[in-house]
Each structure stands twice: as C-alpha cells, then as structure tokens.
Design a binder for this molecule. Structure first.
Ligand code: DHB
Ligand code: FE
Length: 295
C-alpha cells in the first residue's frame, strides 16, 4: 500500500525563484533563508519520496475570477509552467501521476468532497518555487499530484474544511494499492499582506504559534475562520490554509524533523516545517465512508 512518509510546509514567494535564477543563495540577504533548507535536503535524500501530493494556491495563472474552484485536483500526465508576469524562467514540465490522481479524486468524491478535476493545469510559482527549494538543480524526480485551494476569490474555504480535506486526502493515499512513498506538501508564506493599508504586515508571534500547533496540535487551528487568519496573518497570510491541509493528511503520529522561520523574504514571513510520519494510521482508521460500497 502507499505510505505517507511525511509532510513539508514551505514558502513559495516568486522572489525566491528570481534569487535562484540569479544564483544569489550565498548573498547575506538570502543565505539564512536558503541555509534553512539544508536539513530538508538531507531528510528528502533519506526518505526518497516517489510521489508528492502538493496543496498549493493558484494566483490567477490557471484559474481566474470568472471560474474559481474551491478545491481542484490535477489529473494530468504532466504540468506545464508558464510566465505569470514575474519574469521568472519557465521551468520544464513536471511529471504527474494520473492513476494516483484519479484514485484520490474518486475517494474524495465518495468522501463528500466534490472537487473540480483538471486534466490540464498550468502551474504557477506556488507549485514551482517549492520544488526548486526542496530539490535544487532540477533534482525533483517525484511525480506530482497538485491540489489547488482557492485563496483568491471569496468565499474561501475554512481552516476546518481544509484540515478535513487533508484528512480525506491522507485516507485516499493510504488506501492506494501500490507500494509508493508519498510526501505531502503545503506551500505558502506565513504572515504577509501585499497591498492595502496593512501592506507589509507580519505577525511573528502568530506565525510561531502556528508552527507549534502544526507540529503538535493542528486541530486547534481549525477553531479559526479564514477571516480570523486574514486578520491575524494578513490578507495573503491565509495561505496558511495549504499548511493546514498538508497537516491533515499526516495523521496524529508525527515528529518534527526541522523548522526554519525567517523575516523578511520579499514582503513575507518565510517558513519551513518538515514533519515525519512515525506511524501510519491503520488502513481505514477514521474512515467515515464505506467505499467502494460493494467491495
Ligand atoms: C509575494 C508573496 C506571495 O505569496 C505571492 O504569491 C507573490 C508575491 C511577495 O511577497 O512578493
Ligand atoms: Fe502566494
């Protein structure tokens, strides 16, 4: 059966992609941020995931205000990157895993998450930059199943709903009848606000509390509404939803491998959290549905 090896929450700011393109990793501004990833590289070399299931938020490249799914799952053989206007070098296409995608989609719909399915999906910096951070020099060999969460057009899903989505995705992965090691990613910065009166807003104490909660007691974060998170972490700080979904997939028994918190990267509080699954929940544990019903 497929096994979730762990989860990673990481920033995805486009300026990171620009710094990588220009080879600035050792410059004083960037070094403490990029050095934060060294332990993640070591851990990934140990666990060698075959597949990455990635919760990320599209910023207007693939979905726009006219058509905005709350939750969209990629089911493509490959995912192409395109220039969104940040001027970043367009990256090579990323390999998908359509069989696992459809398995996850079928389980999610049976589990009452009526997701949008995407057999074509352009992927933006929120997908690409984390792969560059975690596998420098284009070394990401894992196939990717992207799951986009709407953080652009209100109403946004709640932290509780995103946590439950993550739990359902975790159940789907663990019920997959192939011997795969799966890493779950959640991408987004911690507190940040890019525009309006509070542009530049960062809330360090809230971020540090969230990192602790994500590691040890994530369900506490589901007491907030998305508007609460916007108030405390800034408009774009609501990208925390991706981290909450990632954490939902991991189950109860996780150990913290590494964390890094760095202010500022561009306008954001940048975070990295590496969690390893110590024990897989037993197959079917916490399963609210009976699917396939006739099996
Ligand atoms: C920035 C942050 C983001 O999360 C994003 O998607 C784009 C830009 C920034 O801080 O520049
Ligand atoms: Fe973003």
């Amino acid at each position: 059966m497929a096994r979730i090896v762990g989860g990673i929450g990481t920033s995805h700011v486009p300026a990171i992609g620009a710094a990588i393109a220009k080879g600035r990793q050792q410059e004083p501004y960037w070094k403490p941020f990029f050095d934060g990833y060294i332990r993640a590289h070591e851990w990934l070399a140990e666990v060698q995931p075959d597949v990455v299931v990635m919760f990320y938020n599209d910023h207007g490249l693939n979905f726009f205000l006219d058509k905005m799914p709350t939750f969209a799952v990629g089911a493509a053989a490959e995912y192409r990157n395109a220039d969104e206007g940040w001027g970043l070098p367009v990256q090579r296409p990323f390999a998908g895993d359509p069989a696992l995608s459809w398995h996850v989609i079928e389980w999610l719909v049976a589990d009452e998450f009526d997701v949008t399915t995407c057999q074509e999906m352009l992927v933006d910096h929120a997908f690409v930059v984390p792969t560059q951070l975690l596998w420098p020099d284009g070394g990401c060999k894992a196939r990717i199943v992207p799951i986009a969460i709407n953080t652009v057009q209100h109403p946004l899903p709640s932290p509780m709903r995103c946590f439950k989505l993550g739990q359902a995705v975790g159940r789907a992965i663990r019920s997959y009848d192939k011997d795969l090691k799966v890493l779950v990613l959640g991408t987004g910065s911690l507190s940040h606000q890019l525009d309006g009166e509070r542009a530049g807003f960062i809330n360090k104490s809230f971020d540090l509390m969230c990192l602790d909660r994500l590691a040890h007691s994530p369900e506490v974060l589901t007491d907030y509404s998305s508007l609460d998170i916007i108030e405390m972490a800034g408009t774009q700080g609501v990208e925390l939803l991706m981290w909450i979904a990632m954490r939902g997939a991991l189950g109860d028994d996780v150990t913290e491998v590494h964390r890094n918190y760095h202010i500022p990267i561009s306008n954001t509080a940048a975070g990295l959290l590496v969690l390893e699954c110590v024990r897989q929940p037993a197959t079917g544990e916490g399963l609210r549905m009976a699917w396939p019903a006739s099996a």
